[in-house]
Design a protein around this ligand. Structure first.
Ligand code: AMP
Ligand code: GLY
Length: 432
């Protein structure tokens, strides 16, 4: 079987590595891939990103299945285009991808189908938005409607901050059209969790929960990044949280997908907030998370390719996902300066017998030498019998890696003071 994976990040390297486990898979084409996928078992990089050219390649090489990593090709309708040509592809169609591509679409979907989410209002008129923030409670959350590379959400503590965000988004147009319409939303305090899942449109099977560490600095300080590290499972996601998640978020989402007639055979990633007043959905992503994928696939026992094939044949109802015992920890090694300016082109050294798996992200293979080429460079994952041993092993593995200006957080898996505070408040609430 020949598989093509679209994308070039650590997530796509992890997908390629996991799929290569399946004995039926003979070749994996990574479009365009990175320095890590270039060296991965069964993998070959191809320098194609344009949808039409990908279709021609899939036909010429008789690709049996295409898997889409990032959100952009999905919101651009790659799944619809492949299906028109009778090519097998795993991912939601263009309309379902709006669940990530438009915050207004997704919030209205949540409201229509009773998915528990923060209160909100949508605006396309600057004056109305500016007027609304005169009367709302603070902090307040302002969100760009469209895709803004993870930077389209601002938490505003004061009216002045809210005015600035609205002006940046709607007047200065800093996201080039993606923030001309906005959502203004109630601020929720609590503990976040990432729950990835797979669906065939009739069944949604959640994966093991994960906890992302989004901020650049320790103790969840500094600007947000794509994600600096993950642990799985998320220690805050217990049976009670899963029960609320299933009842208040997963099942109403499934009803919505079915009622809207969406063609959804792919991944749904639920970004949730566990609050005093319940479990809330912050957002849908229509793809795997990065670095959630690196951790979650490392601890998945099941054959992921078979799961995707079950989704495509609409047979997830009689499929079970198996997980390895214990926990997994994934640590991102970034270029110093990220998420702002950083230098690239530095050689990467990885010592032999590293006690973890290294997934490449911003990495080029240049004449046989791995070089840094992006902000998030590598992600090292290690599994252990429990969370403590997984974390220890992952940090031991990071010591085997070296490149100029390498930066990583030293507290992946630790609970930040803010998180701890929010969780304690929640416990005391439950005791009352
Ligand atoms: P989103 O893209 O909607 O998930 O937002 C990105 C990040 O902003 C989330 O991971 C949260 O950390 C934060 N966030 C989004 N919405 C809210 C909210 N209503 N209350 C508090 N934080 C939020
Ligand atoms: N790590 C968060 C995301 O992939 O959106």
């Amino acid at each position: 079987m020949k598989v093509m994976i679209i994308g070039s990040g650590g997530r796509e390297h992890a997908l390629a590595w996991k799929i290569a486990e399946n004995p039926k898979v003979s070749r994996i084409y990574c479009a365009p891939g990175n320095g890590g996928t270039a060296l991965e078992h069964k993998c070959e990089n191809i320098d194609i990103t344009d949808i039409k050219a990908l279709i021609s390649f899939a036909k010429a090489e008789s690709i049996d299945l295409t898997i889409v990593g990032p959100e952009e090709p999905l919101t651009n309708g790659i799944v619809d285009e492949f299906k028109k040509e009778n090519l097998n592809i795993f991912g939601p169609d263009k309309r379902a991808a709006m669940l990530e591509g438009s915050k207004i679409f997704s919030k209205n979907f949540m409201k229509k189908y009773g998915v528990k989410t923060a209160e909100y209002e949508c605006f396309k008129d600057v004056k109305e938005a500016l007027n609304y923030i005169n009367f709302c409670e603070y902090p307040v959350v302002i969100k760009a409607d469209g895709l803004a590379a993870g930077k389209g959400v601002v938490i505003c503590s004061t009216r002045e901050e809210a005015v600035k965000a609205i002006e940046d988004f709607m007047i200065s147009d800093i996201f080039k059209g993606a923030a001309l319409e906005i959502v203004i939303e109630e601020y929720l305090e609590g503990v976040e969790a990432s729950i990835l899942s797979i669906t065939d449109g009739s069944t949604i099977l959640p994966f093991l929960s994960a906890k992302d560490h989004k901020q650049i600095y320790e103790n969840d300080m500094g600007p947000n990044t794509g994600g600096m590290g993950v642990i799985a499972p998320n220690p805050y996601v217990d049976d009670e949280v899963m029960k609320s998640f299933n009842e208040d978020i997963l099942l109403p989402t499934l009803r919505g997908i079915q009622s809207e007639g969406m063609d959804y055979k792919g991944i749904i990633f639920f970004g949730i907030m566990i609050c005093r007043k319940g479990v809330y959905l912050l957002e849908y992503n229509v793809r795997m998370g990065d670095p959630e994928t690196q951790a979650v696939l490392s601890i998945m026992e099941s054959d992921f390719l078979e799961l995707m094939l079950s989704s495509l044949s609409e047979s997830l109802h009689d499929t079970e996902i198996r997980w390895k015992q214990g926990s997994c920890c994934a640590i991102v090694a970034a270029s110093g300066g990220y998420p702002a300016f950083y230098e690239k082109g530095y050689p990467i050294r990885i010592k032999e017998n590293i006690p973890g798996k290294v997934f490449a992200a911003g990495v080029n293979l240049n004449n046989g030498i791995l070089e840094t080429s992006g902000g998030r460079v590598l992600c090292v994952t290690a599994c252990g019998n429990d969370l403590t041993s997984a974390i220890e092993k992952a940090y031991e593995a990071v010591e085997f890696i070296d490149f100029k200006n390498m930066y990583y957080r030293k507290d992946i898996g630790k609970i930040s003071e803010n998180c701890e505070k929010a969780f304690k408040e929640q416990e005391s609430y439950e005791l009352v």
